[in-house]
Design a protein around this ligand. Sequence first.
Ligand SMILES: [Zn+2]
Length: 297
Amino acid sequence: MTMEGHKDYIVRATAAGNQVRAFAATTDEVVEMARKAHNTSPVATAALGRLLTGGAMMGVMMKGDKDLLTLQIKAGGPLQGITVTADSHGNVKGYVGNPNVCIPANKKGKLDVASAVGVGFLNVIKDMGLKEPYIGQTTLQTSEIAEDLTYYFATSEQVPSAVGLGVLMNKNNTVAQAGGFIVQLMPFAEEKVIAKLEKNVAGITSVTALLEQGHTPESLLETVLEGLDVEINERIPTQFYCNCSKERVTRALISVGKKELQDMIKEGKEVEMNCHFCNTNYTFSVEELKQLLSHCK
Ligand SMILES: [Zn+2]
């Protein structure tokens, strides 16, 4: 499944010489595509959309062509967790445990992402083609997702960061705007740069409000890094993309084993396999199952 058009993109930037590195993204279509694929409720769309946006940016932070990033939120709220996977080229996909969550708005009258997510952990898994993937686990701080990624960067990667993520819905519950930024201080950043950045970040009360003003990734960074000489280095298109196919699902089905396949054939019913990431169903007829069985050793 691929998005048509390339309205969504990520920018990679530096500021204050190279003392700050920064990423910003607009992800309206990414999040709308995810909403449609999973038929998510508004609060589920907001939660998934925030993690997809953060994941897309963290994906392009990886250096290797084939590097893969997975963000897992495992928490006790009614959303039953979120999983997002991104590559280093702007492709991102993801799902929530329970897409139908409906809970009352929070005290500010906003979608209550924190209560939907609940208390738990964030796992950051980076598969960089080494024997073992890198795994960082941190406790969720607010369950609003942006603050949880900020905490992850500070504790697991020891990089002081500011993360802002937002999803704005239309009245008909489709996605109006989505996007965000990640700004990081390099170890040699001077005091006055740190102070200026802290002041700028403190002045941003809501990313959604910024998105509502119609910001591009470039202008988002101009706002967050105001007075710090932003230099945009790269623009990377981003999209909701799942690389599943009947062939891949077939391989998974063969790997369940001869005995299980025989049982399925005995049942005499077609078998449906679902891709969690994009919610596509693949159907296998009894005849197809018999063919698969002949490929099993
Ligand atoms: Zn898929």
